[in-house]
Design a protein. Structure first.
Length: 560
């Protein structure tokens, strides 16, 4: 089937749909609705493509009537049957819903009001997770099931079910209003758990706003603790790496990220400790206090002969300081009397490489970028050159650019089903993280070059099929963890461990020293950072400020 993805952005869900449909044998193309100046122009493009089906997994724009009347057009709405409105997930989190859903519905004149192709419900996490984490996990999983059911019905010649004939299994649904920034205002005289829920609902956009130390801020990545602090409500009282504690009337609110507000304009999202300081503490440095485990950026535990390092990074970005701290944890773990070291992410994030936001906000972005890339390279070297351990990287969530390459530097790489990898570099960067060593070793020179030049996402299943990773585990978070423990424990058995160590030695014998690859990569990166030969500064700036592209990238457009 020729399927056109008509979307506002090629976001994580759209990428997952793209990968899944292509893996299933469909011809798939993407068209970015925002790149067209008029409905007539968009309609002409669709008419020229003449798809069998149009899917809209992420669309903020209205579908032209001339399109939905002629071609079957299905909107994927992040709400259960009966729900309508642009702030569906915001309301679901703010209202403390126990269950929510995703609905695939036919595009009609009225937004979110068409007949229903499929509706899939799910239990909401408790305590709540951020909107972006919810969107990329439970919502994305439900969306994939809804799309699968929709395509089955279209293929069989069936149609959608009228709204009035579809049971509304989630009570209290209806048309809900758009929630603007004012709806997420933070009053630190309220209990910390209430504020954490507001921050979770406002995650990404528009952000939860409040006065911190008297300064207007947008706060992200919030976790409440029951311990009462001694500060005044709205005053920062402690720090743990990047996380900062803010006093509340009841309990304490810890936040991992923040952004300054200048009127209605929001500054870049940065680690909270980079922005929030209390002048009352001498030179402005906050006292250290252990933060909640939910915000711990790196943890280590061992199970028998296996050591597990878990990394957590908001949105997957890893700045210089975090990379240095991760390297120290990995280095110490490799000195343990274990046989296998596993580097894994959390349920919602793995890594996307260097931190563009921190780089952009630095006094000298080129210097900060250089420090960041060399710091993450240290982690990659530790994973690739470990004479005493078999190293395993577990892609627990989507990964891209340097984050994907960091995982591929390990001896063994595995992933959860449904994970999408973007194993290439964009943004005007050549890339480092030993990718010229690891990707070619896994795929061979020709396929490695094709993957890097193609700049397309790849599913975990397809990555395993071509040999980029070794195996794919269950989608369920709990089942995946058990599976990963089993895989890692098997690697500690005498025969398996010996085989992996021999394979490591074989890779080293047929390759040049790691210094060779890193030196060549960093030489290219130096030109990208300091000479800006490929527009890294401009592309970084546009990415961080969500500047819409002016055209759909050629490599995403349909080829039929």
């Amino acid at each position: 089937m020729k399927i056109l993805l008509l979307v506002s952005a090629f976001n994580g869900l759209t990428q997952r749909v793209w990968c899944d449909l292509r893996d299933s044998g469909h011809e798939v193309g993407v068209e970015l609705a925002a790149t067209h100046e008029s409905e007539e122009a968009l309609t002409k493009v669709v008419a020229d493509l003449d798809p069998d089906l149009i899917l809209c997994p992420f669309l903020k724009h209205r579908v032209p009537e001339a399109v939905w009347r002629r071609w079957t057009t299905v909107i994927v709405h992040p709400g259960p049957a009966g729900d309508r409105g642009p702030s569906s997930l915001d309301h679901a989190i703010m209202d403390g819903r126990s269950h929510w859903g995703v609905t695939a519905l036919q595009a009609v004149e009225e937004m979110d009001a068409g007949p229903i192709w499929s509706t899939i419900n799910f239990a909401m996490p408790n305590p709540p997770v951020s909107k972006s984490a919810l969107y990329n996990s439970a919502v994305a999983d439900a969306a994939m099931l809804a799309i699968e059911e929709t395509i089955a019905k279209v293929t069989a010649g069936h149609g959608p079910t009228p709204v009035e004939q579809t049971p509304h299994e989630i009570p209290g649904t209806g048309e809900l209003p758009l929630l603007r920034r004012a709806a997420f205002a933070l009053d630190f005289n309220r209990p910390a758990p209430e504020l954490a829920r507001i921050i979770a609902a406002a995650d990404g956009s528009p952000g939860a706003t409040g006065l911190v130390n008297g300064e207007p801020m947008c706060l992200y990545d919030g976790v409440a603790t029951a311990v009462n602090s001694h500060g005044r409500p709205g005053e920062t009282v402690a720090v743990d790496n990047d996380a900062v504690a803010i006093a509340c009337a009841e309990g304490t609110l810890w936040v991992g990220y923040a952004a300054r507000l200048d009127g209605k304009r929001r500054g870049p999202k940065l680690p909270a400790a980079h922005l929030l300081q209390t002048p009352g503490y001498g030179s402005g440095h906050l006292p250290y206090q252990p933060g909640p485990v939910e915000l711990a950026e790196t943890t280590y535990h061992r199970e028998g002969d296996v050591g597990f390092v878990t990394i957590r990074s908001y949105s997957g970005a890893m700045h210089t300081g975090q990379c240095h701290r991760l390297y120290e944890v990995v280095r110490k773990a490799l000195n343990e009397d274990t046989k296998v070291l596993v580097l894994q992410g959390t349920e919602h994030t793995f890594s996307n490489g260097v931190h563009l936001g921190v780089i952009d906000a630095a006094p000298d972005p080129a210097v900060e970028a250089w420090a960041n890339i060399t710091a993450i390279n240290d982690v990659c070297r530790a994973l690739a050159d470990s004479p005493s351990h078999v190293t395993v990287a577990a892609f627990t969530a989507n990964a891209g650019a340097g984050g994907a390459m960091m995982g591929l530097a390990a001896d063994v790489a595995v992933a959860r089903d449904g994970v999408v990898l973007n194993p290439y570099y964009d943004m005007g960067l050549y890339g480092s993280e030993l990718h010229t060593y690891s990707v070619a070793n896994r795929l061979g020179d020709d396929l490695a070059q094709e993957l890097l030049a193609g700049k397309q996402p790849i599913s975990a299943a397809h990555a395993a099929e071509i040999g980029l990773i070794e195996a794919v585990g269950p989608r369920s978070w709990y089942d995946f963890h058990s599976w990963l423990v089993d895989i890692s424990t098997f690697c500690t058995t005498a025969e398996a461990w010996a085989a992996e160590m021999e394979a490591k030695r074989a890779r080293a014998s047929r390759s040049k020293p790691l210094d060779y690859y890193e030196t060549l990569e960093l030489a290219e990166m130096a030109r990208d950072f300091f000479d800006d030969r490929n527009g890294f500064a401009r592309k970084r700036h546009e990415f961080l400020r969500k500047v819409a592209p002016t055209a759909t990238p050629d490599h995403l457009r349909p080829r039929w």
